[in-house]
Design a protein around this ligand. Structure first.
Ligand code: ADP
Ligand code: MG
Length: 404
């Protein structure tokens, strides 16, 4: 079907034109709710009127930015990359909702409704503990990053992968602008925060910091390690006590692995900041630090295990490296990955303070003085992350940078 914007008036007819979906709903009439709380797209929850447990999610991109309107055009082809990446990730990891149908032409995805899961950011704001999270997300990261890299794929498969995502240029440019650029200079898109003008000015003129940001932005633009989710914050994770799912990968492209790991660390750190300035005791914030530690340790172990199980790849031809050489290279590789993750995390933390898109954990703090304290604490951690990322060797070093 050629591209048509779907809404409550034509969605049912569209769904019934798809035999598999019609069968899923038993051709019963449908209840349609628009539930999208995101900035970019439309998300419909569709429920069978006679059987409330038969439910699906329909996500469609429109050719503009939803939260601004038609005055901010953004090509709907971004959904193509969400479809391709989710389908690829689903082959590599169970932490993706089941996909029932996708249509690049319609910029549309039909997937499992996660009915007992919530957006992780909301859960963390409430102080809910997620005992399976570190295990699940480290598996997701290790499998998706390792198995889409030159450490696993053949040379030609890797290049094919790059070519499938090379067109996501508009969303990559959004990241270049809104993660690595605007928040670190005067820019009309930044949030209006007169109370932070002293720090904004300090940052705008900090030679060491801005040189490091350029290094990191350059890596983002040029280092094609693996297929990234591209926006792996806690708002792109749906979770409960037993299960973890990753959604919303429209920023997917082949980029530096540390950008996904760093996005996650940045958002855990911002939740830590939020709880540190607001809670009476440190129980939950301590747990967040333990989670950061555990995510990295488990990721590192799983990634190396996958690597050790791989006999040949684009990078490693059989017979090229003996065990000693391989171990030495692995050690350097994982250390660089940890360092880059911390550098990217620093950029992400600071951009969420000054930039157009904040995080609810901090922007949602009602008391002005407490919110400003959180902003300043987050910014100081972000600065240390960016300036010192290349010195990080272990997760203890990360803890020191957070708590300094
Ligand atoms: P956007 O790209 O506009 O940010 P998201 O993919 O983040 O869209 O989806 C917006 C919201 O819709 C999510 O925050 C979540 O509340 C809900 N949602 C998306 N996918 C699902 C799903 N598979 N199951 C349940 N809720 C979902
Ligand atoms: Mg979203």
């Amino acid at each position: 079907m050629s591209y048509t914007i779907l809404d409550a008036s034509n969605l049912e007819a569209y769904l019934f034109s798809l035999p598999k979906i019609k069968a899923f709903f038993d051709a019963d009439s449908l209840i349609i709710d628009e539930i999208g709380d995101g900035n970019l797209n439309f998300v419909f929850l569709v429920t069978s009127s006679s059987n409330g447990s038969r439910q699906l999610i329909i996500k469609q991109a429109v050719p503009y930015l939803r939260c601004v309107g038609e005055s901010y055009p953004l090509s709907k082809e971004r959904m193509t990359y969400e479809i391709r990446s989710l389908e690829r990730f689903a082959q590599l990891s169970p932490h993706i909702p089941k996909i029932y149908h996708s249509d690049e032409e319609m910029s549309l995805l039909i997937m499992e409704y996660l009915n007992s899961h919530i957006i992780m950011r909301k859960g963390m704001i409430e102080g809910i503990e997620y005992p399976k999270f570190a295990e699940d997300i480290s598996s997701f990261l290790a499998n998706t990053l390792f198995k889409t890299s030159s450490l696993y794929l053949s040379s030609s498969d890797k290049r094919t992968l790059v070519s499938q995502f090379i067109g996501n240029s508009e969303l990559c440019k959004l990241t270049e602008d809104f993660v690595f650029t605007a928040p670190f200079m005067e820019d009309e898109t930044n949030a209006e925060l007169p109370e932070l003008s002293d720090v904004a000015e300090r940052i705008a003129n900090d030679l060491e910091l801005k040189t490091k940001i350029l290094h990191l932005k350059y890596k983002f633009m040029n280092q094609s390690d693996a297929l990234l989710h591209g926006d792996l914050h806690t708002g792109s994770i749906m979770i409960n006590q037993d299960e973890t799912y990753v959604i919303d990968s429209e920023f997917a492209f082949v980029g530096p692995m540390g950008f996904d790991v760093g996005a996650l660390i940045a958002n855990l750190v911002m939740s830590w900041v939020s709880h540190t300035v607001q809670d009476n005791d440190s129980r939950y914030s301590d747990l967040i630090l333990e989670t950061i530690n555990s995510v990295w340790q488990r990721f590192d172990e799983k990634f190396r295990t996958l690597w050790n199980e791989t006999e040949e790849s684009a990078l490693l031809t059989k017979g090229f490296a003996n065990d000693e050489i391989l171990k030495s290279y692995q050690k350097q590789y994982m250390q660089t990955l940890l360092q880059e993750s911390i550098g990217f995390a620093g950029c992400k933390i600071i951009r969420r303070q000054f930039g157009i898109a904040g995080v609810e954990d901090i922007r949602g703090i009602e008391d002005d003085a407490v919110r400003e304290e959180a902003n300043r604490l987050a910014i100081s951690i972000g600065e240390r992350f960016i300036k010192q990322y290349h010195t990080v060797k272990t997760t203890d070093d990360i803890m020191k940078l957070i708590k300094a």
